[in-house]
Every structure is written in structure tokens, then in C-alpha cells.
Write a protein that binds this ligand. Structure first.
Ligand SMILES: [Zn+2]
Length: 345
């Protein structure tokens, strides 16, 4: 081979590996204004080849285009469908096409179809711009992982995002409640990782958020507080068994807010001892829910223990009234700033 041909081959290989690296391992960083915007879609319950699901893809695509987030997070009950793999590919194509990094935690309904949690994670983690990981093998669940958000001007981590698998439903006849719980080894893993990261940050806990599907029992405690914002139209469907994820976070001192889905007609946010307990706005149109469908936005501030969050409701409650055109209720709803909105006068 001629030297010039060799050089060309070499340059092509370098170019290919650089491109592959960009799409398979995108870097999360604060933007030039020191903000990091996340869109949380939850409970999409996407079905392959269904007009209601397809209409939601239109809304999600428009949301990504309009909000220009640094990251999209799907907090469980993403795909509830036969042709499970095809459905995941159809849905996540939005993020691949938009070249936006996306992360996932699985919900109780995700694993009721053709694929196990591990199989789903193995498929999606191969896709472009996916930043989800299938987590340490020796920790319970599929998809326990941590993402670091780099500073706008440095490669140092400035914030952390924890993703934890909250598992599935339980056989109620066993008398242990309707839902499984975050296992103690997951809580232990979180504690160890958090401690290690805080140590690496000179003993100062990073500003962090946590994402999972099923709300913790503590979500009951913030409802009805004077500073809690949003609606609660069903009971908090949390596990009966409390394995201490909340108290572990309180002691570790890094998590500012926990973001879940699961209960489609709850979208409130309140704080318990300085940790915000937050529901997303349910997104999908295949299942129950009469408070409209949309998404939550979270805007993190670089170098501060601070974030803004609000919801946008894009579809009315009646699923057939505005089937293809979202109703464009465009204002930010239920806007709060953490921690300022939760300091009582
Ligand atoms: Zn759901």
C-alpha cells in the first residue's frame, strides 16, 4: 500500500472512531450559561403500531426540539408492548435523530412483555446517544448507574445524576404490599459510591439528583405541606417496605431531588428535610390519567445546590379530543425553584 493510501486509511479510521465515540459515549456538561437542562418523560407506556403512541412521539419530538435539553430522562414504564425491541427502537429514534443524550430507568411494566430488564438494558445501551448503563453486576436490578455532569469550562464533575432500578410489582397474596422495593444492596451501593465521590470532591457532596420509577414511602409525607406544589389524585403507590433510600440520601448529603413516575395522576413536588420529592408529568396516552399528558423540565445551576423545575402539559385529559395536534398549553406550569420555593416565611 502506498504511503498516502495508508495515511488516508489511518485518517479514516481515526475519524470513524471519533464519531463512534461521540455517539456512544456523549459527554454531559453544563452549557455556556452554567445551566444543564433535563426533560423527564415518564410512563409513556409506548405500544408498537398504535395511533395513540405515535401521537405521543410527535409531542416528544417537538418537546426535544423546543426545549433543547442537555439530557432526556425516561423514568420507567417506557415500552409496554409486544414487538418490544422494535418499540424501543421506534421510540428512542427521536433522541438518536436529535443527537441528544438520553438515560433510562425501568418501570414495573417494562419487563412484562418479551424482554427481561437485563435484555432491555443490553439493547438500549448499544444505541447512539444512550448514556444509560446496566450497572454493576453484583448489585440488584437492571440499570443502577451514575452520570457525571462536567462543568461548562472544566472537565471536572460539577453535578451527579443517580439512576436506580426500583423493580416491579409483587404478588399481593404474599402480604408484602403491591410493589417491590429498592434492595438494601442497592442502597448500600449508593452509599458507597456517594461517599467515594464526596471524598474525591474534597469532602464536599456534589449537587445531585436521583431518578427511579416507583415513589418512596416518604412521598406521602410531603403531600399537604404548605410549600408543596402540584396535584395528587391518587394514593402514593410506593412499596410497603422502606429500605432507607431516603435516609441514605439524607445522610450522604448529595441528593437535592428525587424524580419518579408510576402514579399517572400525581405530579406534585414537595421537600422533606431539604430533599425535594418530585413526580414527573405522565407522558403517554395509552393508559389512565385525567390530568393531561406532557413532561417535566429540570434546569440545574452549575456550582450551586439549586435547580428550577416545571411541567408542561401538552395534551388534554380526553385522549381523542386532540389526537394529533398537541393542545399547546405552552406556559410553564407549577414552576418552583429549589431551594428558595421551599423556604417557609
Ligand atoms: Zn405507568
Amino acid at each position: 500500500m502506498k504511503k498516502t493510501t495508508l495515511l488516508l486509511v489511518f485518517m479514516f479510521a481515526v475519524l470513524c472512531s471519533a464519531t463512534a465515540k461521540d455517539t456512544s459515549n456523549p459527554i454531559l456538561r453544563f452549557d455556556a450559561n452554567g445551566k444543564f437542562k433535563i426533560i423527564q418523560f415518564t410512563d409513556i407506556h409506548f405500544k408498537y403500531n398504535s395511533y395513540r403512541s405515535d401521537s405521543v412521539l410527535i409531542m416528544m419530538k417537538a418537546a426535544v426540539e423546543a426545549e433543547k435539553p442537555e439530557l432526556v430522562v425516561l423514568t420507567g414504564d417506557v415500552v409496554c408492548s409486544e414487538n418490544t425491541k422494535k418499540a424501543w427502537l421506534a421510540l428512542t429514534k427521536i433522541f438518536v435523530d436529535a443527537k441528544v443524550p438520553w438515560a433510562v430507568t425501568l418501570g414495573n411494566h417494562d419487563i412484562e412483555y418479551e424482554l427481561t430488564g437485563d435484555e432491555i438494558m443490553d439493547i438500549i445501551t448499544e444505541l447512539s446517544y444512550c448514556v444509560a448503563k446496566n450497572g454493576p453486576e453484583d448489585v440488584s436490578g437492571s440499570g443502577n448507574y451514575i452520570l457525571k455532569v462536567q462543568g461548562s469550562k472544566t472537565k471536572n464533575a460539577e453535578a451527579l445524576l443517580y439512576f436506580i432500578d426500583s423493580h416491579s410489582g409483587l404478588d399481593e397474596e404474599k402480604g408484602l404490599g403491591s410493589y417491590d422495593w429498592i434492595k438494601f444492596d442497592q442502597v448500600q451501593w449508593y452509599r458507597e459510591q456517594s461517599k467515594k465521590l464526596t471524598g474525591a470532591n474534597g469532602g464536599k457532596p456534589y449537587p445531585a439528583l436521583a431518578f427511579f420509577h416507583i415513589p418512596l414511602p416518604e412521598y406521602n409525607e410531603v403531600w399537604g405541606q404548605p410549600t408543596t406544589v402540584g396535584v395528587k389524585e391518587e394514593k402514593v403507590c410506593s412499596p410497603d417496605i422502606n429500605t432507607g433510600m431516603y435516609s441514605a440520601s439524607l445522610e450522604s448529603g448529595d441528593v437535592m431531588g428525587m424524580f419518579v413516575g408510576h402514579d399517572h395522576v400525581n405530579n406534585y413536588i414537595g421537600t422533606l428535610h431539604n430533599i425535594a420529592l418530585v413526580y414527573g408529568q405522565a407522558t403517554g396516552r395509552e393508559t389512565y390519567g385525567d390530568i393531561g399528558k406532557g413532561y417535566r423540565v429540570i434546569d440545574l445551576y452549575e456550582g450551586e445546590r439549586k435547580f428550577d423545575t416545571w411541567i408542561r402539559i401538552k395534551y388534554k385529559a380526553n385522549r381523542d379530543e386532540d389526537l394529533w395536534e398537541p393542545t399547546h398549553i405552552n406556559e410553564k406550569q407549577n414552576f418552583v425553584n429549589y431551594p428558595d420555593s421551599f423556604i417557609e416565611n
